[in-house]
Design a protein around this ligand. Sequence first.
Ligand code: GDP
Ligand code: FE
Ligand code: FE
Length: 198
Amino acid sequence: MTEINFAKTYSPLTSAEIVAQEKSNMDEKRFKHCIGVSETSRKLAELNDYDPDKAALAGFIHDYAKQVPPERFIKVIKEQHFDQDLLNYNRAIWHGIVGAYFIEKELKITDPEILTAIRRHTTADVEMSTLDKIVFVADFIEPGRDFPGVEEARKVAFANLDDGVGFELAHTLDFLITNRKKIYPKTFAAYNKWAVKD
Ligand code: GDP
Ligand code: FE
Ligand code: FE
């Protein structure tokens, strides 16, 4: 296995424990994606004056809850004071917003910057910290991603992080509309904030 070692885990768990827990919560393909997002988050952090080790950790755990069964998400949404409108969506939306809850409980990471970046990694938001932007963009352009436009996305994002956020939101909205998918209100608001060219 690739040697992964986080200098600081923001948790009572050791780096090895975080890695083992993450691995046990997802299949091999998703785990590889998380390593890719971790490495790309590190690079984007270096380019944008952010702590590379912290970004690498946030990127690594961003999809921790991606394969949590829907029933578990539904139970948490109903019992833990989440916006009940979330029940009108699915795991695509839940694994970030509600995934942060599982990260706090199971990986015992309580750092608010990291948890917010996890919450925002799928939908983005009007307010985005540097770490939020790093994880959001790294998820889209990590080396394992292969879709028409990914090279352009990489070029734009490595040149300017905010432009990377805008490019990704335009691409996501385009995809959602083409496929007549329900758009989460925050995704819409984020598009208006980051993607519109005046
Ligand atoms: P992944 O977890 O690495 O696969 O990547 P993401 O967390 O970015 O996204 C998961 C899925 O959520 C993608 O298929 C996106 O198109 C989808 N998604 C993003 N925003 C929305 C939204 O507003 N509504 C819906 N229905 N899906 C969305
Ligand atoms: Fe995700
Ligand atoms: Fe992801």
